[in-house]
Design a protein around this ligand. Structure first.
Ligand code: SF4
Length: 361
């Protein structure tokens, strides 16, 4: 049962364009198991990532699944048995299940849900990420949220006109945004979405507005970024693929929004006059020209704006200065490379006389 077989290999390989962990660099461990591994994922780093159906009647301009003529599909029980056996044999810790849409959306959603239902009824305790299809019904979204650890629907691009360039079938407002709203209601704090950077010729300013609006209004737990890849035989095969650095920079900006609390206004100056993101560390770019801060008095937010200092280090600095005056870089417990990046933005004030007396009393 755990042998890969042509169908499992094919449907696993076709799932590669959906991202299920940040900064994904999934590796296929072997042709026998069809299991991918992500060394950066906490908890569940071995995942079976697979499609239920490997063909699609939609027309997304960059997608190779729609070109597949082999029409491989799993029946829900067949796939559930494979997944559960891999889990029992300790080969995987989770399942990421998506699908092409060879026929009616509701039918495909019902197959995805049925697979999840069988797994849970068999006592499968593993991680389960279910993909929601554009245009899915509210009931199916709620049932998916009940069964899965997290659910996701790809927003794909930044707005109506950009999506129209990619697909004549999907409707941005109705099939995508309305559904993402339902998903946010059904699975608060455990839903994701994915943007394909560069597919529709969108500017970084448009990506920026889309990302900040999503986090501000709908609060997805993560947004994933993949670079557009010009695949042979697709409608966009002659376009240039997005350089790998661009989605990587978007992950950095994403982290500044989510973890560092940067506001939209603070981040906007990163974009150049053409509304384009430079290939440079966004946090370092924003810090250039800033006055150095004193670790003894800087607020948590100010410390977070120093390159090389993240939330953990900022908290450690604030805890450390309760007990002692921070006189020099040696008093900060920091990785050497991060400290080197931080040094131009730190100024260590001399110990005030009053503090000296208090500290050494
Ligand atoms: S919906 Fe679009 S992106 Fe998804 S499998 Fe079908 S053609 Fe590809």
């Amino acid at each position: 049962m755990t042998g890969c077989g042509g169908k499992l290999a094919r449907l696993t390989s076709q799932s590669q364009y959906d991202i299920c962990v940040p900064g994904e660099c999934m590796q296929q461990l072997s042709t026998e198991s069809c299991i991918t591994r992500n060394p950066h994922a906490a908890g569940c780093n071995r995942m079976l990532k697979v499609l239920l159906h490997g063909s699609c009647s939609y027309d997304c301009a960059y997608c190779s699944v729609r070109l597949d003529r082999s029409h491989h599909s799993f029946a829900p029980r067949e796939l559930a048995d494979i997944v559960h056996e891999q889990y029992r044999n300790n080969l995987t810790g989770g399942l990421f299940l998506s699908s092409g849409v060879p026929h009616d959306t509701d039918e495909v959603m019902s197959g995805l849900i049925e697979t999840a239902r069988i797994l849970r009824s068999q006592g499968y305790p593993g991680y389960l990420h279910l993909k929601i299809l554009p245009g899915a019904s509210r009931d199916d979204i709620q049932e998916s949220a009940r069964l899965a650890d997290c659910i996701s629907l790809n927003i794909e691009t930044t707005g109506e006109s950009r999506l129209r360039f990619l697909s004549g079938i999907k409707d941005y407002a109705h099939d995508i945004m309305k559904r993402i709203g339902w998903i946010a209601d059904a699975a608060p704090g455990r839903f994701m979405t994915q943007l394909v950077i560069g597919a529709a010729g969108e500017t970084d300013r448009e990506v920026f507005d889309c990302v900040t609006a999503l986090y501000g209004n709908l609060h997805p737990s993560r947004i994933y970024y993949s670079g557009f890849r010009a695949l042979p035989k697709t409608r966009l095969s002659s376009r240039e693929s997005t350089p790998a650095w661009r989605p990587r920079r978007w992950y950095q900006i994403d982290s500044l929004v989510r973890e560092y609390g940067y506001s939209r206004e603070e981040l906007l100056p990163i974009l150049d006059d053409n509304a384009t993101l430079p290939n440079d560390d966004p946090k370092a770019l924003l810090a250039r020209g800033n006055d150095p801060v004193d670790p003894n008095s800087a607020s948590f937010a100010d410390l977070l704006r120093v390159p090389g200092i993240g939330p953990t280090t900022a908290r450690a600095i604030i805890a450390a200065r309760e007990d002692r005056w921070i006189r020099n870089p040696g008093d900060i417990n920091m990785d050497a490379a991060c400290l080197r990046r931080a040094m131009p933005y730190l100024a260590f004030a001399k110990v005030p006389r009053q503090a000296t007396l208090a500290l050494f009393a």
